[in-house]
Design a protein around this ligand. Structure first.
Ligand code: AMP
Length: 190
């Protein structure tokens, strides 16, 4: 079983690469951002609560996010492994994920960070806004806030897995296929 964390700032290409990794390694993809957007489309109370944070580029509280993630993992036991995209995003989320994995007899194989500069992120997300229809891509201040939240709250997640010898880095610049190749090379060493 391979359980991967695809890590990196918003706009680093996690979603694009996750889709390719899913089809190569037959993993179950969990994107907490996608889950919140689906909840919002269904007008659920969870979606409406999440929107108030998402629109400002802030994180949805850990308790809400962890409960949602835990249920999705526990509901999907018949899989080859998971690819976590956009989760964990805080140190408590990382600890909760490790506990969940352990309680199910699984473990995280590794975290792979897609590294992309801040300027590149801002440009990519502004461009993505033209087609994504996402409120949090449409405003440059919100994009900058999301990047700052990533630096302040999310980078400790990479440190957490680094301390366990499980963190890897891949440059997230270049063609989609060349980045994918580097990701596969990294996974194959795990
Ligand atoms: P994403 O699609 O991963 O860029 O996520 C969009 C937004 O959903 C984020 O800016 C957060 O507001 C929220 N979100 C997604 N994943 C998480 C998470 N793991 N923890 C807290 N908030 C999250």
């Amino acid at each position: 079983m391979i359980n991967l964390i695809l890590f990196g700032p918003p706009g680093s290409g996690k979603g694009t690469q996750a889709a390719k990794l899913v089809s190569k390694y037959h993993l179950y993809h969990i994107s907490t951002g996608d889950m919140f957007r689906e909840e919002l489309e269904n007008n659920s109370s969870l979606g409406i609560e999440a929107k108030s944070y998402m629109d400002k580029g802030q994180l949805v509280p850990d308790s809400v996010t962890i409960a949602m993630l835990r249920k999705r993992v526990q509901d999907n036991t018949d899989v080859n492994g998971f690819i976590f995209d956009g989760f964990p995003r805080t140190a408590p989320q990382a600890e909760a994920l490790d506990e969940l994995m352990e309680s199910m007899g699984y473990h995280i194989s590794g975290l792979i960070e897609l590294s992309v500069s801040k300027d590149e992120i801002v440009e990519r997300l502004k461009k993505r806004a033209l087609s994504s229809g996402r409120a949090d891509d449409a405003n440059e201040d919100t994009i900058r806030n999301r990047y700052q939240v990533y630096l302040d709250k999310t980078t400790p997640v990479a440190d957490y897995y680094e301390a366990k010898g499980k963190a890897h880095k891949v440059k997230g610049i270049g063609s989609i296929d060349s980045i994918f190749e580097k990701l596969c090379d990294t996974i194959d060493t795990m």
